[in-house]
Design a protein around this ligand. Structure first.
Ligand SMILES: [Zn+2]
Length: 219
């Protein structure tokens, strides 16, 4: 009884661990997505800084043009401006690309965040349920221990000892049902005389094969 309750309890504890692990995993995923988003935003800012620098280059070149005397110089500055404009167009395209990626990931982050919130809420409810189940089982265990102690007090000391030893050996089962000439604890055939003696209810009899205390169950 107590052993099966404890098994049930540890099963519940395991379920609690699984719930916590699921939440942790989901949190980690969200954190990774948020880190990715932050990285994209930083990249976008860097591109924007470059973009501003290229614009300044063009302005400077255009100012310089007014003071140019030779055709050769004019052509050189012209090439500079063309290159800068090309650079700007390229940067703008890349900024737009980043904006698109940021929007996409922002949406995914928001969805993930909402899902995590829902998961946390549901898990909170499930955790509370499991915990109260664990507590209920603990109460059963406690009352079972109390009952066992009361029973033990009323039993002769030699029997208590035998009972405890048997329970340890047989994983909590000190008693076995005897039926149709068999011990159901080990499924072995009982000696006929022993089996017949069970019907007299005079003494405690044990199975010669598994040593469990036999309880007669007639069909
Ligand atoms: Zn047996």
């Amino acid at each position: 009884m107590i052993d099966s309750l404890k098994v049930k309890q540890s099963g519940l504890h395991e379920e609690l661990n699984e719930i916590a692990q699921t939440i942790d995993a989901s949190r980690e995923e969200l954190a990774a997505m948020q880190a990715g988003l932050a990285r994209l935003e930083q990249e976008k800012r860097d591109l924007e800084v470059n973009h501003a620098a290229e614009l300044e280059n063009i302005q400077r070149a255009e100012t310089n043009m007014k003071e140019i005397k030779t055709n050769k110089e004019f052509q050189a500055v012209g090439r500079e401006i063309t290159a800068a404009r090309k650079q700007i167009a390229d940067l703008e395209e890349r900024v737009l690309q980043k904006i698109g990626q940021i929007e996409e990931i922002s949406g995914a982050v928001a969805a993930k965040s909402a899902a995590l919130e829902e998961l946390s809420e549901n898990s909170g409810r499930r955790i509370a349920e499991k915990q109260s189940e664990i507590e209920n089982i603990q109460q059963d265990i406690d009352s079972d221990i109390a009952r066992r102690e009361t029973l033990t007090k009323e039993m002769p000391a030699s029997l208590v000892k035998r009972f405890a030893a048997l329970r340890d050996q047989r994983r909590g089962q000190a008693l076995a049902i005897a039926r149709d000439g068999h011990c159901l604890g080990c499924n072995m055939h009982l000696p006929p005389q022993l089996y017949n003696n069970l019907f007299k209810y005079e003494e405690l009899l044990t199975c010669p094969h598994c040593q469990r205390i036999l309880i007669l169950k007639q069909q």
